[in-house]
Design a protein. Structure first.
Lengths: 444, 444
């Protein structure tokens, strides 16, 4: 394993982002060897990560920078200034996204977009969307400091309300439905009110939509939110796609009975049947080839008291896979095998699907670019699915997308203990930078 | 099977219980052939069952005659009048029990006590404690009508608050603890307030205690509250004892993780471990020899959402057996086997016992009397445990006890659909009557 093997090649003497007085033109045409050795400023990136963590900091060492909160607004203002200092023009679009733009040298090319989000769950950690957001800012600053002007126009997006429904990125894909605007968020505001607070306009949300094919590509750097890279000692995850998700409510009907007077061999115990089902779900998902996952996260027994045999159990079944067909196949296998549980336990199973999120494969050409960039930087990398949803999933409806993962220590996510080592954040930013440069240079 | 084979031998021309003007003395000395053919008045018993069902009747066809309610008080008044009409003196004792007494012909003998309870759970049915209570009243009326005076003094007890903690019967055994008086019951009153309402005196509850050895025997007729007799076509259950109960809170600790980003083979899924445990409990209890039962009635996963692998599951384990050693053995087998579940699923189990109810074996001599009485009446009978708790369990601390079960259709209990056929109620009352007569005649 070669974690941390990458040596930071610092660009000595460059000033911070607050002094954007660099002779950009002088560097604009540099390519080749110089570009290949370009890296972000690890110290500056670490400082901006620490600075962002102050917006909405809580006593637990995490953040409560929920979408539409005061901390969210203030942090966006700060980031907009950083991007402006790096030579980008900034605006809040109709969907509350902070969009920063910088022209390229070839106005006939479509924009290269990259970014992430800075809102958190309540009691969240300091890495989730932050790593990709601040790395995007750092890439902008690095380009500015190095005087690099890309061929493609650049767009940096800090999407609104990722944690509460990916509102900003889904609005670009025209996927936000009217009813969602009335959903109350952790900020206390509805999504509609929240978008207004950020500077968007929920009444004109339809106009936030981007044309399919209007972007050259979209790249998002993110923490893995699992422990695959961390446990196996890889530096970089090359994301094969964002998994699709289906969720079912499963009801197991037996017969409620007295736990003292009903002999073991005369029970129709919904709890026992549900238990066998949970085990079946785990084994079936685990034994099938592939990286699909299946989870029972909630289970409720009725009447739910120690001295009554439960007559009904309801539970949730969630299956995720890169392929929607894979989800369907696993579900069918589980459903079919549940019939023998029902028979032996004299119970009945019923399934009600209540949630579907389509899988979003990433572009294979971008995957190859990410792999090359990592290799060029001496970083170890492996292909992996993204088990969690991301803004890139929405943008995949418009454009070829790619995602870069960096390790999450212990896989902890959405908690103050969430952590990614500074070196890994730097690695991710450098892979983002070089993937962008590679795509910029030759197209996909 | 010979359900319903018993032919009611009616005593023609006897008046109802409201006209207790029979020449008791004239019949008092009859024994032998006449006594052997004596039976209760099935029609009168059915009428009094229907009348009792009017106290606290609800729209669902069941009753809300919870302990200490107005319906409870009124029904007790009505029963006291019936017992008075049958020649018994009645009082409410310090523990709110309706106690009816009638002298025997031999004042040196200890009283023979029988009875049950008339309080219900909220939304209860019309058979639970009613069958034993009204059958006891019917036995009293039958004795009165037949002019039978027993050798032993008779005591009929309608115990207070059976459903809310067997307060009345446990008070006779000196088992009620002070804190219980402050427990709020379904009536809205605390147990202490409720006892006062019935006419008891919670401040002097200690004086309600009976001496150990102060009763010749206690008999209780009850519905089986399961479906053993009903399913197998037996008329009468000869209760071998009231099972002991132990309950544990079981905690399964795994690791909370993202359901999308944590591969199947890297999970410490507390739900999967708990599910295997539930199956283990069921199989272990079922495969062991004996009539022990084990139940998981409640299970809660944390955090309990569809997209998070539960890091902690808490569940209840209940084991019942006629032998406390049997409970301990089954628990140890389950606990030991749970260790391999913990190992394979990378979780940890902990057990916290929070409830123990001692088993109460019935007197084998009384079991034999019940068997003889059933046989003499041409009824089929089988020995069986009582899986539920009963007032007889409390009285077992004072005296030899016996219990007689009659079938519950479909095993339904504590619900409006609870039902026992009128013929089975009559059978139970006749077995009660003849068991009492047999014990009265020759002692245990």
């Amino acid at each position: 394993m070669n974690r941390q093997r990458f040596v930071q090649l610092s660009i000595g003497g460059l000033a911070g982002v607050h002094s954007p007085t660099w002779p950009l033109a002088a560097w604009g045409s540099l390519t080749g060897p110089f570009r290949q050795e370009l890296t972000v400023d690890a110290g500056r990136l670490a400082r901006s990560m620490r600075m962002l963590a102050t917006f909405g900091a809580n006593d637990a060492g995490g953040i409560d920078r929920v979408a539409f909160s005061e901390a969210n607004v203030e942090a966006l203002d700060w980031i907009a200034r950083l991007l402006s200092d790096a030579g980008f023009s900034t605006e809040i679009d109709l969907a509350g996204n902070l969009i920063a733009r910088k022209a390229g040298t070839d106005s006939s090319l479509l924009p290269l977009m990259f970014g992430s989000h800075i809102d958190s769950v309540p009691g969240g950690g300091n890495y989730d969307g932050q790593v990709g957001s601040m790395s995007s800012v750092e890439v902008a600053a690095t380009f500015a400091a190095a005087g690099i002007v890309t061929r493609h126009p650049l767009e940096i997006a800090i999407f609104s309300n990722e944690e509460g429904g990916k509102t900003g990125s889904r609005a670009l894909a025209g996927e936000v439905e009217a009813f969602e605007l009335d959903i109350e968020t952790a900020s206390g505001l509805t999504i509609g009110e929240g978008l207004k607070r950020l500077g968007g306009d929920p009444d004109r949300l339809g106009d936030a939509r981007r044309e399919r094919g209007s972007l050259a590509a979209f790249l998002e750097l993110h923490i893995e939110q699992g422990a695959v890279l961390d446990a196996d000692g890889f530096d970089i995850g090359i994301v094969e796609g964002i998994v699709g998700i289906m969720r079912w409510n499963v009801t197991v009907d037996g017969v409620t009975n007295h736990a003292g007077t009903t002999p073991m061999d005369r029970r129709s115990d919904a709890m026992v049947a549900a238990a066998r089902f949970v085990d079946l779900v785990h084994r079936t998902a685990r034994e099938a080839p592939g990286r699909q996952v299946a989870t029972v996260g909630r289970l409720t027994a009725e009447p739910g008291v120690p001295n009554v045999i439960p007559g009904r159990v309801t539970l949730t079944l969630e299956i995720r896979d890169l392929s929607m067909d894979g989800i369907e196949r696993l579900y069918e296998a589980i459903r079919e095998r549940s019939e023998s549980i029902a028979e032996e336990s004299r119970t009945a199973f019923s399934f009600d699907r209540f949630y579907t999120s389509r899988a979003a494969p990433t572009d294979e050409r971008i995957q190859a670019r990410v792999a090359s960039a990592a290799a060029g930087l001496g970083l170890s990398a492996r292909a992996m699915p993204s088990g969690a949803g991301h803004d890139a999933q929405s943008i995949a409806l418009l454009a070829p997308v790619g995602m870069i993962f960096v390790p999450s220590i212990g896989g902890i996510s959405h908690a103050p203990e969430e952590h990614t080592a500074p070196g890994d954040v730097t690695n991710g930013a450098n892979v983002l930078l070089h993937t962008l440069l590679a795509i910029d240079e030759t197209g996909l």
